[in-house]
Design a protein around this ligand. Structure first.
Ligand code: PEP
Ligand code: MG
Length: 880
């Protein structure tokens, strides 16, 4: 048997030092690296050790076997903790009790399993009782441990333990768990052991080392659990070895009223306000806060109950913020008046908070602008800022049917569903839904991701639903105790009002309000902090960001979002107005060149007007206009009734028109008569479009408005195709300039969206003045996946791990990326000054933007709403 490269697999921390530090996230996981780091800066961290992610990887890739050196290293680790804490594992006098937690390099809230109070058995529980002088607490911990161990380690359903608990409560005639006396808890321990025995066929293990080994295995195995795999898929988390396992001395927040446990943020994670923020529970375990079982108190109340630990906690928060240069999310426990820090990590926050925190931390001198741009705001945060909000001005008369916590801002409107499966299905059917749950668990992440918004009736601001939704920027109202959810009837009620499954509701995640029916939503305002932050982004950014827009309105919006030109104006979108569609249909059904020219003549003024307006908006910035691209049948009707009607409008015989429609249908239209192939068959289309573009430019020149038109030929596969179209464009331009006595500068370039074009890019660059990668088609043709049909199987591919992500969303850097790299390199070998950009959907996706920067592209172009995201992603790419 091999060891993990014969290297260290266990790293100790606590008690005044650590063997690891924060740079070792990949090896120790985020939690392990942080515990080590915190210990090394002198924070009160209970002693422990971390088993490396390499050991987890070894375990999963060797069919569940530990690396050879792990067993002894774990023993040594336990001895280390024993020494630091003055306790012994399994000792009946001074027992050491430990927690076993997972922690991967990327934080995955609620994904991995945790076991607390490990080391308890019939003997150690007695010792715990004596030491704490709290019999009830000892047995309460013991029964919780058996429950957790049974569920997490042995996979027993939690409900079986709950049943035993409910049975006992009923016999005792009590309503709440807390009303059970010690004798009842002892009885409960026996009942839980019986549940364990029945479910597993084994006695509950009383050897602490056996407990530990089984728990470590369960954490290792949770890495490959369905919910963890699903979470990683949804969040595009790849390239990790596994999870670390953190074994640490337990400290207790439930030893009496001088004990507490809580979660706090160094700043408000919803608004970004620089005020200590959080929640705690007196006399409770940490799990109670996170699981939302009891509703916690505001952290400020801690100041009154335990002023010293509160002050120390606030001081540690400041120290950690400075140390990490980021807002922290801290888990703490106070045991008999002594504060322990259990965990700290960069706090998840809303987009609005991210911007405010970045701008405040720079102003407070805590971080540099570059650090703020690199680490304090994620591209997805900007996405959130642009999310719709409930229109407060327009009340619409919708009844308020609940008021909960403002867990994650943004407005969502959808039909009510009560299960994650229904939410996932509804999205496939194209129905917007709100997922309504009593509380959510990691099993729900698929449905949460699919839903427009989430509403829970239980749990606090740090409950699972709240944390996950905030991370995703998904609207969420949590802990809405006003409503009673009935899963059996598929309804929820608030007094007189009953909402059934399928009914519309609206939620306001920024205010915690739930409305009956559909509310109006409005776009958010971008505040001063946002604009300041974006100026820093632009100071750092080197790559340009343009937009894909084909209307003056979109162009205007994109300009407001910071676009520096248009990278793709799809001219076919301009053909859909009533008169225009008629004209293009006339052109399509023409039987002669004359007829076709006549029809195109009608289109010319429309196109010219559109271009004039767009140029006017984009004055001074380059505007790339693409010639007609889609197959012509897209402009014709499908249905027999429609065909008949359109024939009438066009004034041609029904049978003749129906035959034309039939002839234009193609088996593979995406690979058919489209792109430059149309311009080659019908050069008069290219002529008309050239006249419209350059005619518009001439008009503006007369108004002394600077325009930079770039005419782009789509779907080139050979240099000859490009040359033929360029000739038509140049000849038309020459004619137009002669006719008008005016001339303008323009460029002619091409899209690179067919793999062959990337392969012969050196030849194409002889004639082309710019390249723009059309990665939608390039992805389609490189993978051979139809853009329009791939959704049918891509979901399964991703689920099965055949693909890590949808290549139409996130650029396939390994395959399609090679073509981009090659196309750019070959093109610039011929023409060093060649301008190169990207205008496929990937131009607004952060990791793809980063790839484009690394490969020397001059710009990315994306839809208007993604422009800020692309600007930030481009700035972050320069800081990598
Ligand atoms: C592309 O193919 O990437 C592209 C931008 O063009 P379209 O999506 O219009 O085919
Ligand atoms: Mg294309």
């Amino acid at each position: 048997m091999q060891t993990v490269k014969d290297e260290k697999v266990v790293f100790t921390f606590g008690g005044g030092g650590a063997e690891g530090d924060r740079s070792m996230k990949q090896l120790l996981g985020g939690k392990g690296a942080n515990l080590a780091e915190m210990s090394s800066i002198g924070l009160p961290v209970p002693a422990g050790f971390t088993i490396s992610t390499e050991a987890c990887h070894y375990y999963s890739s060797h069919g569940g076997i530990w690396p050879r050196n792990l067993k002894q290293s774990v023993k040594d680790g336990i001895h280390f903790i024993e020494e630091k804490m003055g306790t012994r594992f399994g000792d009946s006098e001074h027992p050491l009790l430990i927690s076993v937690r997972s922690g991967a390099a990327v934080s995955m809230p609620g994904m991995m399993d945790t076991v607390l109070n490990l080391g308890l058995n019939d003997y150690t529980v007695e010792a715990l009782m004596r030491h704490t002088n709290n019999e009830r607490f000892a047995y309460d911990s013991y029964r919780r441990f058996i429950d957790m161990f049974g569920c997490v380690v042995m996979g027993i359903s939690h409900e079986k333990f709950e049943h035993a608990l409910e049975d006992l409560k009923e016999t005792q005639g009590v309503e709440h768990d807390t009303e059970l006396d010690t004798e009842s808890l002892k009885e409960l321990v026996d009942r839980y052991k019986a549940v364990y025995r029945k479910a597993t066929g084994y006695m509950f293990p009383d050897d602490p080392y056996e407990q530990l080994e089984k728990a470590v295995n369960a954490v290792f195995e949770s890495w490959d659990s369905d919910r963890a795999v699903k979470y990683r898929r949804i969040n595009h988390i790849t390239g990790l070895l596994g999870t670390g396992v953190n074994v640490q001395a337990m400290v207790y927040g439930n030893m009496g009223d001088d004990c507490a446990t809580g979660v706090c943020f160094t700043r408000n994670p919803s608004t970004g306000e620089n005020r200590f923020y959080g929640e705690f529970l007196l006399n409770a375990q940490g799990e109670d806060v996170v699981a939302g079982i009891r509703t916690p108190q505001d952290i400020k109340a801690l100041q009154n109950v335990m002023p010293d630990p509160y002050r120390e906690l606030v001081g540690i928060g400041k120290k950690l913020e400075k140390h990490y240069g980021n807002m922290q999310d801290i888990e703490f426990t106070i045991q008999k008046g002594t504060l322990y820090i259990l965990q700290t990590r960069n706090g998840k926050r809303t987009g609005h908070a991210a911007i405010r925190i970045a701008s405040d931390m720079v102003a407070e001198g805590l971080v540099e602008k570059r650090h703020a741009v690199k680490s304090l705001v994620e591209p997805g945060h900007l996405d959130q800022l642009l999310h719709p909000q409930i229109d407060q001005k327009n009340s619409n008369g919708n009844a308020v049917i609940g008021q909960g916590l403002p867990a994650s801002p943004g407005a969502a409107v959808g039909k009510v569903v009560f299960t994650s499966e229904e939410a996932e299905q509804a999205v496939i059917d194209g129905t917007p839904v709100i997922l309504v749950r009593i509380e959510t668990s990691p099993e729900d992440v698929g449905g949460m991701s699919a839903a427009e918004g989430i509403l829970t009736s239980r749990g606090g601001m740090t409950s699972h639903a709240a944390v996950v939704a905030r991370g995703w920027g998904k609207p969420c109202v949590a802990g809405c105790g006003d409503i009673i959810i009935n899963y059996e009837n598929n309804t929820f009620t608030n007094g007189e009002i009953t909402i059934h499954e399928g009914e519309w509701i609206s939620i306001d995640g920024a205010r915690g309000t739930v409305y009956q029916g559909k509310k109006d939503v409005v776009k958010p305002e971008l505040d001063e902090d946002y604009h300041t932050f974006m100026t820093w982004v632009d100071e750092i950014r080197k790559m340009r960001v343009r937009t894909n827009a084909d209307t003056p309105e979109d162009s205007k919006r994109a300009l407001e979002f910071g676009a520096e030109g248009i990278g793709l104006c799809r001219t076919e979108h301009m053909f859909f107005g009533e008169e225009r569609i008629k004209a293009i249909r006339k052109m399509i059904v023409s039987n002669s060149l004359e007829e076709r020219k006549e029809a195109l003549e009608k289109l010319l003024p429309y196109q010219k007007k559109d271009f004039t307006e767009i140029f006017r908006v984009m004055k001074g910035f380059p505007v790339t206009i693409r010639l007609l691209d889609p197959p012509l049948h897209e402009f014709l009707p499908d249905e027999p009734e429609e065909i008949k009607k359109v024939a009438g409008e066009l004034g041609i015989r029904h049978s003749e028109f129906a035959e034309k429609v039939r002839l234009l249908r193609e088996f593979n239209p995406m690979l058919g008569h489209r792109g430059c192939r149309l311009g080659i068959s019908y050069p008069e289309i290219t002529e008309m479009q050239t006249r419209a573009i350059l005619g518009a430019a001439i008009e503006l020149k007369k108004e002394k408005i600077k325009v930079i038109p770039e005419i782009m030929v789509p779907l080139i596969g050979t240099p000859q195709e490009f040359r033929s179209q360029k000739l038509v464009i140049n000849n038309t331009a020459a004619d137009l300039f002669e006719e008008t006595g005016e001339s303008v500068e323009y460029k002619v370039g091409t899209m690179i969206e067919i793999p062959r074009a990337a392969l012969v890019a050196d030849q194409i660059a002889r004639d082309a003045e710019f390249f723009s990668f059309g990665t939608n088609d390039l992805t389609q043709m490189t993978f051979g996946y139809s853009r329009d049909d791939a959704a049918k199987f891509l979901g399964e591919y991703i689920k099965e791990g055949i693909l890590q992500q949808d290549p139409f969303q996130v650029l396939d850097t390994e395959g399609v990326g090679q073509l981009i790299e090659m196309g750019t390199r070959l093109g610039r070998e011929t023409k060093p000054e060649l301008k190169v950009g990207i205008c496929g959907e990937h131009g607004g996706e952060p990791s793809s933007v980063s790839f484009c920067y690394e490969h020397g592209l001059d710009y990315v172009s994306c839809s208007p709403f993604r422009v800020p995201v692309a600007r930030l992603a481009a700035a972050q790419a320069t800081l990598k």
